[in-house]
Write a new protein. Sequence first.
Length: 221
Amino acid sequence: MDNDRNIYQILETNTPEAAFREVQMILKMIFQHTRTHVLRSMDFLARHGPDHGLSDEEVEAGRVMISYTDPSVDISTISHPSLKVECLGKMLAVADFFAQMADRMYLEKLLYLYHEFEEGEVPGYENELDLLHKTIDFYRFTEARISTLLYTTDHLLCLHFEAKWHICENLYKVATEKQEAYLHKILKSSDPLKRLKRGGIVKKIRRKNNHRKPGFPGNPA
């Protein structure tokens, strides 16, 4: 059984059939969008790595590591030059997920992501609220993906935080779970975006939307 099938089975077990098909479609669009950034990063390293003293072997190793951050890639198909590169690639991918989802302003920054999708004509989301609702399923996907990448993640990060701050917990996971719990909570309110106050992001977006858009909190449907 391959890694991608493991992830989708977890989703299928917890998601009604009709909703599961929609989740698959949304994940596919996110992956296509993410893949563009991954390929750009790999190309950037290939073009500029030698200027900073990297050998051809080091550039190729770096490109392989970056490829692990593409959530659409079945990691069992990635060809790596050494176990060290494989391990570092998996660690980079896990760090990439946590760097985004454990961010205190992750939920607010999702609103920027919606507008990035909109400007890039990436379909699948009616508005900012729709993206927030569909993020619930993305949490389940990332949990499965992280486990697939590095099943010892929790143990290793607990050791890290215990050595650094004498806290035997994966604080990144704690932060991510708190964000998800808060998302569930605000989506039950009449104006979820009003509850996202960090960074003044909602105010900036509402100013950017100088015409009122149906579906945006406070706008007529």
